[in-house]
Design a protein around this ligand. Structure first.
Ligand code: BGC
Length: 809
């Protein structure tokens, strides 16, 4: 019998495969081969690996943070991290008198790894020869259960190809881990686990640990069983912070032994678990089924997720990456999230970059999910709602009213943005002003509105959603200061999404005035807050206004600010990124490109030279262009008209081409936004940006950052490009609007959306228009529009074929 299967087809859109063991690629593979279920995730590290140069095993539980002080550059800074919890993976083996298996130590004859996206499995096949000439073949398969979010399992099949003798298997739990996954953070405190203990009862072993300051208990319990042979000997060995079962079996030439490791992970943050996660974990693992059944239940759970998530982009390599992005999105936030108090971590549960913090990146994630898994979106918005009191305190702290959400959010909603960051190019620790990106609240407002448009969930809008929307609007109304001579409001001292500009050149204090993105989205938010008040039935409106103590005169202030916020234009009508942007120097793109090659992180390059990006017309990522990303031309026209500014047909293309030549794309989000804003004016360029966004993580285009965690915003952003941008899907005024514009590489799009109460709105977009159908049901019709006025679609199983100017059944 052989453990190694046939080589899978590399073009399979459901598989991502890797050939050979390449230490330098290992961290990237680990991030991309992470398995998770929304509750927790484990990097795709080799089971026998310890953290070191090549490997970084890491397991992260959604929302499990810990805060530690560090001494850095002469001061004490406090950072909160998503905690790397004890490692459940350790498993290795050795032939009689041989070394424990690790790929670095042996003559590898074959080594392959494969991620099965459809079934949520990570497999590895390898053959190796030891110093005594013994050849052993191994097949491993692991899962992190999408069925029971507390369970994970690893199956290992070992075949003695040309030898007989004793085989020893070691299966352990390792609590000696820290947060050491990001080289830039090495100077910072990383020991988040205390009170480590281990224990055993016959073939069960367990470990317990507690986070240092947040006091979350984390319990792992593990069962290791050997099949196909009698266990000659089994014992438990313990070292400080480590416990393992050692199982010794006899194996004959060409025989196969199968080892199953099943693990339960519980923490004191779990609900309905009783006070001791250790007790729960031990019980859970004792009653957990065997690997085959776990795999089957897991497969069924994934099958049901895929039915709701599938996004058909017509096959080819793009399809595989789309599937990979869907896969990692659903592993970070899944239906299990609904019961958790977690936000959207910018780097997934896949690594330690940005410390597992929650940024505005949910702006690139939730609109996609609102049309697929609205219940998950609601749960993610509730993470923000629970932190509304903290956002209110933050607003008061800067002399404002309403809610000021933090740029980086973690456990309790306070501002988690680091005060110092390291420039690896210069080795200097520098002040970090990015907390001035107050626009994060606008992203929350946008998502609340999108969620409402997709679901019609008036309860949410009249409740938690409305509270947040009004408080965010109120913050902007209080942040805007009136300038009587110009009859305009200014918003001063902020940063836009472009992180290359945090201050005026030479200024003593950070912050910029009248960032166009911030001002226009603030106007939009204030307008939506007024819409909300109009839309709610009287009683509900009264109750909501009472809850946020909205004074009678406030709506009038909202209205006035939403009409009179200042937007700066350059002389030629291009929207200016902020007041004074046009005074900055042009940047020598060609010169720097030829000197440095990759200048995506221009900020680091210039700082290392003693210069600063603040001096130049050079952006890290889309800033003004975010407006065209979030709002349709129709919506912008109405908004600018309300603001009493000219917005003609040329404003969008002129502004896009101006910034396009002044952006380094130092964030993976940038390619997504550019693909979007070019979708109608330059389809080929849009397609290129789309492909670049698809490559962001798979090919680690930012040069080494993916190994520290995926870029979830960019991943989800590519899905939304296919779902909303290329179909021209816009949810506005209770109408589902469509305006397909497929880029040249995309033959067609097919998807099934949730809209209002309809669980399966089938949509197919191709060069000849859009076909849309609803299965028969007793639900009310939906209104859709393609260019011309809206038409109603009845849930009667018919297909409506929409072509610009023509609609037929
Ligand atoms: C980007 C931000 C983003 C953050 C987290 C930064 O590099 O500039 O826009 O929110 O990464 O993904």
């Amino acid at each position: 019998m052989r453990a190694l299967p046939e080589r899978p087809l590399t073009t399979d859109p459901w598989r991502v495969g890797y050939e050979g063991f390449k230490p330098a690629e290992e961290r990237l593979r680990e991030a991309l081969c992470t398995l998770g279920n929304g509750y927790f995730a484990t990097r795709g590290a080799a089971p026998e690996a310890n953290a070191g140069n090549a490997h970084y095993p890491g397991t992260y539980v959604g929302g499990c943070y810990d805060r530690l002080p560090s001494r850095i550059a002469g001061r004490t800074v406090v950072n909160e991290d998503l905690v790397n919890v004890p490692n459940w993976l350790p498993l290795t083996f050795r032939a009689q008198n041989g070394d424990w298996f690790a790929p670095e130590r042996f003559d590898l004859l074959d080594y392959r790894q494969e991620l099965d996206l459809r079934r949520g499995l990570l497999s590895r096949w390898l053959r190796y020869r030891d110093a005594a000439g013994r050849v052993t073949e191994v097949a491993q398969c692991r899962l992190v259960s999408m069925d029971d979010p507390h369970l994970a399992a690893l199956q290992t099949t070992i075949r003695a190809e040309n030898w007989s003798g004793r085989l020893e298997i070691r299966s352990g739990l390792d609590t000696r881990v820290g947060n050491r996954g990001v080289p830039r953070y090495r100077g910072l405190a990383s020991e988040h686990l205390t009170a480590r203990s281990t224990g055993a009862d016959r073939d069960l072993i367990w470990s317990d640990a507690m986070t240092a300051t947040s006091a979350v208990r984390i319990a792992l319990a593990c069962r290791t069983v050997v099949h196909d042979t009698e266990t000659a000997h089994g014992e438990t060995r313990v070292q400080p912070g480590w416990i393992a079962r050692h199982l010794t079996v006899a194996i004959d030439r060409d025989e196969v032994v199968t080892v199953e490791k099943v693990v339960a992970l519980h923490t004191s943050r779990d609900r309905a678990d009783g006070p001791a996660p250790m007790v729960t974990a031990r019980r859970a693992v004792a009653r957990a089924p065997d690997f085959a059944e776990l795999r089957e239940r897991h497969r069924l759970a994934w099958a049901s997720l895929w039915r709701r998530a599938r996004l058909d982009v017509g096959g080819g390599p793009a399809q595989r990456t789309v599937n990979l992005h869907l896969f990692h999105l659903l592993q970070t936030v899944s239906p299990h999230t609904v019961d958790l108090d977690v936000g959207v971590p910018a780097r997934g549960l896949h690594g330690e970059a940005y410390r597992g913090h929650v940024f505005w990146d949910e702006l690139f994630v939730l609109p996609f999910l609102s049309l697929r898994f609205p219940e998950v979106v609601r749960a993610l918005l509730l993470y923000r709602w629970r932190r509304l009191p903290a956002a209110r305190r933050a607003a008061r702290g800067v002399g404002r009213t309403g809610a000021m959400y933090p740029w980086q959010s973690g456990s309790d909603g306070r501002e988690e943005t680091q005060v110092l960051h390291l420039n690896p190019s210069s080795g200097r620790w520098l002040p970090d002003n990015s907390h001035l990106q107050r626009h994060v609240g606008l992203a929350i407002a946008y998502n609340i509105w999108q969620y409402y448009q997709a679901t019609g969930d008036l309860d949410f809008l009249a409740g938690e959603g409305g509270e947040m929307l009004l408080e965010i609007a109120r913050f902007w109304a209080s942040a805007a200061t009136f300038d009587p001579p110009t009859d305009r409001y200014d918003i001063r001292g902020v940063m836009g999404p472009d992180e290359y500009h945090d201050a005026y050149p030479g200024a003593a204090t950070p912050g910029l005035d009248n960032n166009a993105y911030t001002n226009v989205m603030a106007a939009w938010t204030l307008w939506r807050a007024l819409d909300l008040l109009d839309l709610l039935p009287l009683r509900r409106r009264k109750r909501l206004c009472e809850r946020v103590a909205l004074a009678e005169e406030e709506p009038a202030r909202f209205d006035h600010v939403s009409r009179r916020l200042r937007v700066i234009f350059h002389q030629d009508g291009v929207i200016s990124q902020f007041d004074g942007y046009d005074q900055l120097a042009e940047f020598d793109w060609e010169g720097y490109q030829s000197r440095y090659g990759d200048i995506r992180r221009l900020d680091r390059v210039l700082e290392a030279e003693g210069d600063t990006t603040n001096r130049y017309k050079a952006s890290k990522q889309a800033d003004v262009l975010m407006l065209f990303y979030l709002l349709s031309a129709d919506e912008l026209r109405a908004l600018f008209a309300r603001l009493d500014y000219r917005f003609d047909r040329e404003t969008i293309p002129k502004t896009v081409s101006y910034y396009l030549t002044r952006t380094s794309h130092g964030s993976t989000l940038s390619a997504v936004v550019h693909a979007w804003v070019l979708a109608r004016s330059d389809r080929l360029a849009s397609w290129r940006f789309f492909l670049e966004a698809l490559d962001s993580d798979l090919h680690d285009v930012q040069g080494g950052t993916t190994g520290e965690g995926i870029h979830l915003g960019a991943m989800a952003g590519t899905l939304d490009l296919a779902q909303r941008c290329y179909t021209g899907l816009e949810l506005r005024g209770d109408v589902l609007r469509l305006a397909p514009a497929l880029p040249p590489g995309l033959p067609g799009l097919a998807m099934e959306l949730r809209y209002r109460d309809h669980a399966s709105v089938r949509l197919r977009a191709g060069p000849d228009g859009v076909r849309i159908s609803l299965p028969p049901s007793a639900l009310p019709p939906i209104r859709v529009a393609l260019g011309d006025g809206p038409v109603s679609i009845l849930p009667a199983g018919h297909t409506l074929w929409l072509r610009p100017g023509r609609t037929k059944e």
